[in-house]
Ligand binder design. Structure first.
Ligand SMILES: O=c1[nH]cnc2c(O)c(F)c(-c3ccc(F)cc3)cc12
Ligand SMILES: [Mg+2]
Length: 214
C-alpha cells in the first residue's frame, strides 16, 4: 500500500545512494518509483518542467508547500543561485523526518530550510522571519489547500509583481477550484504545461504556472 511508502523509500536510499550528491539522490528515488513502487513525488517528467521554470525565474526566495520525501526540494535547491533562501513546509511529521534525512544525505542541508506544520499556520510567520516576498512558490500539497494558501500568500503580502506560482497535479488528482481561481483572476497570468502523472506514462496530469501581476 502507499501507506509506509516513505519508510520503504528511506530504507532503499540508505542502502543504495551515494552521499553528498543531490542528482544521484533524485535519480535513485526515480528509479525506485519506476521499478519498485511509485510515490507521490513530482517525478522526472514534470520535474523537468519545474526545473525549466526555476531556471527561467532564477528566484532568490522560494517556498514549497508539500515536502513529502524531499524529492522536489532537491530538484529546486539544485537550481537555485548561491545567495537564495528556500523554505519547504510539510505538515506530516513522519514525512518530514524522512525528507530531513534524504536532504541531509544529499548534502543540501544548508540550502533548504524545512518547517513542520500546517501551511495555513506557517505562511503568516514568514514576514517575521525576514522574508519580504517569494519569487517562486511550488504548490504540491493537499489539493484543497491550493486556493486558500495562494489567497493567504497574497493577503500576507508575500507575493510581488512577477512572483511565480507553480502548481502540481492540476489535472490529476486535480484542483478545480484553484484552476478556476487563478485563470479568472486578473492579478494572475497563467500557463498550462500538459504532462503525465509521475511514473505513469498513460495518465494525463499538468503543471500550471501563474505569474502574479498584482
Ligand atoms: O496528495 C498529493 N500531494 C501532492 N502531490 C500529489 C501527487 O503528485 C499525486 F500524484 C497524488 C496522487 C497520485 C495517484 C493517485 F491515485 C492519487 C493521488 C497525490 C498527491
Ligand atoms: Mg504532486
Amino acid at each position: 500500500t502507499a501507506e509506509g511508502f516513505h519508510l520503504r523509500l528511506l530504507e532503499h536510499v540508505r542502502k543504495t545512494v551515494k552521499p553528498g550528491d543531490a542528482s544521484n539522490m533524485i535519480a535513485t528515488i526515480d528509479n525506485y518509483c519506476y521499478t519498485v513502487e511509485s510515490g507521490m513525488n513530482v517525478g522526472d517528467v514534470k520535474g523537468k518542467i519545474l526545473d525549466d521554470i526555476v531556471l527561467e525565474t532564477n528566484p532568490t526566495t522560494v517556498l514549497e508547500l508539500g515536502t513529502f520525501c524531499g524529492y522536489s526540494a532537491l530538484r529546486i535547491a539544485r537550481n537555485l543561485p548561491e545567495n537564495s533562501r528556500f523554505f519547504t513546509v510539510e505538515f506530516n511529521p513522519e514525512h518530514a523526518a524522512v525528507a530531513k534525512e534524504i536532504i541531509h544525505t544529499a548534502g543540501m542541508d544548508d540550502k533548504i530550510q524545512m518547517l513542520i506544520g500546517p501551511s495555513q499556520e506557517m505562511i503568516p510567520q514568514f514576514k517575521g522571519m525576514g522574508v519580504s516576498h517569494f519569487d517562486l512558490v511550488f504548490v504540491d500539497h493537499e489539493k484543497d489547500l491550493y486556493k486558500p494558501d495562494v489567497i493567504l500568500l497574497e493577503k500576507e503580502g508575500l507575493l510581488k509583481k512577477g512572483s511565480v506560482i507553480v502548481a502540481d497535479n492540476v489535472v490529476y488528482p486535480g484542483s478545480p477550484d484553484y484552476i478556476d481561481y487563478v485563470r479568472n483572476n486578473p492579478k494572475f497570468k497563467s500557463t498550462n504545461y500538459m504532462s503525465e502523472l509521475e511514473y505513469h506514462k498513460d495518465v494525463v496530469d499538468a503543471i500550471e504556472k501563474s505569474i502574479y501581476i498584482g
